[in-house]
Design a protein around this ligand. Structure first.
Ligand code: SF4
Ligand code: SF4
Length: 195
């Protein structure tokens, strides 16, 4: 993926978003970033990202919300923590990446046909509904939203897995879904109060 180079303008900034970034877990010291680039240099995925970790941190702390949340970078991050270990200003870059992923899903602004955010979003929604993940339905939903043609090409493999008992079609669920939902609602409320 080619690294994006572009001129950014003050009018594109969202100061509220910048404040939010500085308040997330791991982002407390984001304003101390000296743009040394050690995070980008140590990141194994950096060559494939549209914004290197150094640029992403800079854009996030300045409030370029749309570019940051719509970027491929946050979804290519594999959470290896190399950037966090190397950062001389003790900025927890990986944790900021996690927060940005969550925010992108909440705001629905992730790259639409890119499978990783769709998978994360569907996974979370399935856990919320059922308390368990049924892989066959998860895969089906992700392919329907990202690569429907490829899904047709995988029908042979799917039926093999099904007939060999490796893939069930009955949606799995925990017994007390209501209790789980109460728990998740409480976590959400706590997050809102903390924010
Ligand atoms: S390593 Fe830390 S200080 Fe250096 S650019 Fe990355 S986030 Fe900023
Ligand atoms: S945690 Fe993510 S951003 Fe940091 S070095 Fe690893 S892949 Fe790159």
């Amino acid at each position: 993926m080619a690294v994006k180079r572009m001129i950014k303008y003050e009018v594109e900034r969202d100061p509220q978003f910048a404040g939010w970034v500085a308040g997330v877990i791991g982002g407390e010291r984001v304003r101390n970033c000296i743009q040394c680039g050690l995070c980008s240099a140590s990141c194994p995925l950096s060559p494939y990202m549209d914004y290197t970790p150094r640029r992403l941190i800079h854009m996030a702390r300045e409030g370029f919300k749309r570019d940051v949340l719509g970027s491929f970078t946050i979804w290519l991050c594999t959470s290896c923590y190399s950037c966090t270990v190397e950062c001389p200003r003790r900025i927890r870059v990986t944790d900021v990446m996690y927060a940005l992923k969550r925010r992108a899903i909440e705001d629905g602004v992730y790259p639409k046909r890119f499978p990783i955010p769709v998978l994360a979003s569907e996974f979370g929604a399935m856990i919320r509904r059922k308390g368990r993940v049924t892989e066959s339905w998860l895969i089906l939903r992700v392919f329907l939203k990202t690569a429907i043609i490829r899904l047709l090409g995988m029908s042979k493999l799917g039926s093999k897995l099904f007939f060999s008992g490796r893939m069930g079609l009955v949606p799995e669920s925990i017994r007390d879904r209501k209790q789980l939902q109460t728990l998740l609602d409480a976590v959400e409320t706590h997050k809102e109060v903390a924010a």
